[in-house]
Design a protein around this ligand. Structure first.
Ligand code: NAI
Length: 506
């Protein structure tokens, strides 16, 4: 396959404009076409402004901008694509329209020209099916905004020559982006790996475990993610994310892990879409997210008697280390005395199950989530059962906030909030690896660059939290709820059984 020097971009909307920008900046000769001439003019105007700002900020020299502008040629006729080496299509997300365009392109471009689609939800193999040479059709999936989201998925359809994808990898790098390779499966890597965060967040809300703001705060300040599920859905807007949730669920034939929620269906139908409509899971006033008022933690009373249940070795050790530093009377008796707060530290179980299994006094029992560490400043989560007395819950909050750390109280839930969300995220990534959709390394790279997950991606998050603990959380959640969405991926199970990193491949 010959080297690529010129790139045709079809569709001058949000994505086409961004791809044109980075291609022209990288020195490619770019031809930009759209059925609407106004879209091309608008894209050129926008790029003019973006480049002017780059010069102002010292990020590009006037000469570089001049060169990029010269590299970018607006086209009013598709026939002007006749001598490009690569076409990147970024038109409306509709299979028949894309297939028609690809068919038409084949009659215009040279035999060696690569045809790539920026589709986020359609099958590359299905688009290529309309072509005489499906082996030159691949996916080149950028993210919005293209110039800032430095990752691109290179997707191999069932008939794509792998040399075509090799070329796209080189081009992506020249454009300053990190390429990751994916098989032609629904959602590719990033949109697939991103499902569990939203879906499990919605399930938690649907079960009345915690309100939206509490779930988000826990994901940020306990689990260390940049955003929680509801902030994220408000940003992407439900007219995008709800149909994606339904589409991925159906494309995987009602896989329970991807089961969408009626919460977003109702909001989507009602136009309560997120930031852009001023109202989503949060209200926005002048673009500012409105948060529910939070009360200061109650005052801790020194001398509180606490009995820590020795039921989970890891959880017990972590909670014991914290409690030893706080101003309490920590009781080490075999059974819980009648006048002590009972603290349990489950992994994947709810308080009701622990209370029932070990015959504890429900009124005095709270659970503490120990899975993400308990150091001062990291939000702590206290979970209560439906029988926990308010006074004992208050004592627990006062205790765990007594070193100045924020505490959230949640209702009974198998796996608290963060255990559920993080275990689901890691399990989802493991299943992408198990299906061979991408390598473990590319999954981590794609998700860390595409979604900003911590620790370098979801499989590394799994190693950080501990594969064995996550497996235990998933098994317990499945046992307590009976829901198959929590069944552990074989990828996770085998790596835990063999005692190796979740990134280990043969
Ligand atoms: P957009 O609506 O902003 O732009 C699409 C452009 O394509 C419009 O200017 C339209 O006039 C033009 N167009 C429609 N049919 C055409 C045809 N037959 N020939 C030439 N031009 C045609 O859409 P956007 O957001 O740029 O998306 C484009 C593609 O990129 C879609 O496949 C979408 O799924 C995908 N994508 C979108 C992302 C996003 O966040 N917006 C992210 C990643 C992929």
């Amino acid at each position: 396959m010959s080297a690529v020097n010129s790139i045709g971009i079809i569709g001058a909307g949000a994505m086409g404009q961004g791809i044109a920008q980075i291609a022209a900046q990288a020195g490619y000769m770019v031809r930009l076409f759209d059925v609407r001439e106004a879209a091309i003019t608008q894209a050129q105007d926008q790029l003019g402004k973006i480049w002017a700002r780059q010069v102002e900020r010292g990020r590009m020299s006037p000469e570089q901008v001049q060169q990029a502008q010269t590299n970018l040629i607006a086209c009013t006729d598709l026939a002007q694509m006749s001598d490009v080496d690569l076409v990147v299509e970024a038109i409306v997300e509709n299979l028949t329209v894309k297939q028609d365009l690809f068919k038409q392109l084949e009659s215009i471009v040279s035999d060696t020209c690569i045809l790539a689609s920026n589709t986020s939800s359609l099958s590359i193999t299905a688009i290529a099916q309309a072509c005489e040479k499906p082996n030159r059709v691949a996916g080149f999936h950028f993210f919005n905004p293209v110039a800032l989201m430095k990752v691109v998925e290179v997707i191999e359809g069932l008939r794509t020559d792998s040399s075509v994808c090799d070329q796209l990898v080189i081009i992506a790098k020249k454009m300053g982006h990190t390429p990751v390779r994916a098989k032609d499966m629904p959602g590719f890597i990033v949109n697939h790996a991103g499902r569990p965060m939203n879906i499990e967040g919605l399930k938690i809300a649907q079960e009345q475990v915690a309100d939206f703001a509490t779930v988000d705060a826990i994901m940020r300040e306990q689990a260390g993610f940049r955003m929680g599920p509801f902030e994220l859905m408000d940003l992407t807007a439900l007219d995008v994310s709800h149909p994606v949730m339904e589409s991925i669920y159906n494309q995987f034939y009602q896989e329970p892990r991807f089961r969408p929620s009626p919460i977003t269906a109702v909001r989507y139908a009602g136009g309560i879409l997120g930031r852009k409509t001023g109202e989503g899971f949060y209200r926005y006033v002048d673009g500012q997210k409105q948060l529910p008022e939070t009360l200061p933690a109650p005052e801790h009373k020194a001398g509180l008697k606490v009995w820590l249940a020795p039921l989970h070795p890891e959880g017990y050790a972590r909670a014991h280390a914290l409690l030893s530093t706080l101003d309490i009377v920590l009781l080490e008796t075999e059974e819980a005395p009648d006048d002590a707060l009972i603290v349990v530290t489950p992994y994947g179980e709810d308080v009701a199950t622990v209370v029932a299994n070990f015959g504890l006094d429900a009124a005095r029992t709270v659970a503490l989530d120990t899975a993400f560490g308990l150091e001062t400043g990291r939000r702590r989560v206290v979970m209560r059962s439906l029988l926990t007395d308010d006074a004992w819950t208050e004592s627990a909050v006062a205790l765990f906030a007594s070193d100045g750390t924020e505490v959230s109280v949640i209702e009974d839930s198998a796996g608290f909030v963060a255990q559920r969300l993080v275990a689901s995220i890691v399990n989802g990534a493991c299943d992408i690896a198990q299906q061979g959709i991408a390598t473990a390394e590319d999954i981590d790279t794609a998700v860390s660059l595409g979604l900003g997950y911590p620790h370098g991606g979801p499989l590394s998050v799994g190693d950080h939290v501990g594969g064995d603990l996550l497996l235990e959380i998933l098994q317990s959640m499945q046992f307590v709820t009976g829901d198959m969405r929590y069944r552990p991926s074989l990828w996770l199970q085998r790596r835990v059984q063999l005692g190796v990193s979740l990134r280990t491949t043969r």
